[in-house]
Design a protein around this ligand. Structure first.
Ligand SMILES: [Zn+2]
Ligand SMILES: [Zn+2]
Length: 361
């Protein structure tokens, strides 16, 4: 049986619901920490969500931030191609240029360079004078590949702390690349192919950008080759390279022994490395700062280089944000937050959003 609509009651209830909805958001923080990740109720959008949600802003395409299955994605413009490569061509995705703003239900959303990897962004959310910055992964050192980190002033700053211990201190990038090129040269002179392990998005291209091609050929594993092509389509440049599938058989034995191959760490036990023959193996990671630890694995040589901030860069980012409230996420969060409270007298707390893993540092 159909009920007749009690129009005055419906109107009263509807208006009450609307008021409740508005009050709820007014009373809430602009960003809240939920089981699904960082959520902005006013804009109804998640940042780097852990599970499927209708709308996601993604700071960068590493797998611990960009997950499949979202209704729609928003990311930095130059990250769109790599997001499609990793999450599927059919995803609904919008790219925003650094510094450009869009509004979601009155919330101004702007992306700023995070300096972590190509397409990485800090997300600034502003509403009624309250400003939040969710920085994702970042480094303040300009690596010459990704647009350099830009400090954004805010009231609330969310920072990672992957290398949030004072023992982590990165050498200038030029020194690390001089070491890498020296190592490659020595191997080439001994007829030994050089193999460097580096993640396929960011680390690999950063290494490629500063390799001295006078020594030999630069060869990339197919996963890195795919990422290279997506990034080249988005305007990034990192010098000449060839794909391992064709290059390893195509190059003569002599040229192959003078080459440098870049592989993602998970390809270490794959068929490609077995095919190479005599080789020297290096890893390029912030964890190489921990001498002879489990992070070294089977490698002969470690180069300390990370796309994350070291201890002093983390402090620099927090201080320059001028934030009254700092929220520390994945990494050495307890130690870093305590340091901020006790030494810099900043209100800092640990937030646990998702499970931190060390993939794609
Ligand atoms: Zn990352
Ligand atoms: Zn991460």
């Amino acid at each position: 049986m159909l009920c007749r609509l009690n129009w005055p009651a419906f109107k009263r209830n509807f208006l009450m619901m609307t008021r409740l909805k508005c009050r709820k958001f007014e009373g809430m923080s602009l960003v809240v920490f939920t089981e699904l990740g960082f959520y902005c109720p006013q804009a109804d959008v998640y940042i780097d969500p852990l599970r499927k949600v209708p709308r996601a802003i993604v700071t960068h395409a590493h797998s611990d931030h960009a997950r499949p299955g979202m209704g729609s994605y928003l990311c930095e413009w130059s990250g769109v191609e790599i997001m499609k490569l990793r999450l599927g061509k059919g995803i609904s995705i919008q790219g925003l240029v650094y510094g450009e703003s869009i509004f979601m239900n009155g919330v101004e959303i702007t992306l700023f360079p995070a300096g972590h990897v190509p397409g990485s962004a800090q997300v600034r959310l502003s509403y009624h004078g309250e400003i939040w910055v969710i920085s994702g992964d970042y480094k303040t050192l300009a690596d010459g590949l990704s647009p350099a980190f830009e400090s954004v002033r805010c009231h609330h700053f969310v920072t990672e702390s992957t290398f949030g211990l004072p023992i982590f201190h990165w050498k200038p990038q030029a020194e690390v690349f001089a070491d890498i090129n020296d190592w490659w040269q020595q191997n080439a002179e001994c007829g030994t192919t050089s193999i460097i392990l580096g993640y396929s998005l960011g680390k690999a291209q950063r290494i490629m950008k500063y390799l001295n091609r006078d020594i030999g050929e630069v060869i990339c594993h197919s996963a890195i080759a795919d990422a290279n092509r997506a990034l080249e389509r988005s305007g990034y440049e990192f010098g000449d390279w060839s794909e391992a599938e064709t290059a390893v058989d195509g190059l003569g034995k002599d040229a192959l022994s003078r080459s440098l191959l870049i592989c993602p760490p998970n390809a270490l036990n794959g068929p490609l490395i077995k095919k190479i023959g005599k080789h020297a193996l290096a890893n390029c990671s912030g964890w190489m700062a921990m001498q002879k630890s489990q992070h070294w694995g089977a490698v002969d040589k470690g180069f300390v280089m990370s796309d994350h901030a070291d201890w002093s860069q983390l402090l620099e980012a927090v201080v320059s944000s001028n934030a009254e409230n700092v929220y520390v996420t994945h990494g050495f969060s307890e130690i870093f937050a305590r340091y901020l409270r006790e030494n810099l007298f900043i209100h800092a707390e640990v937030v646990k959003v998702g499970h931190w893993n060390r993939t794609e540092e």
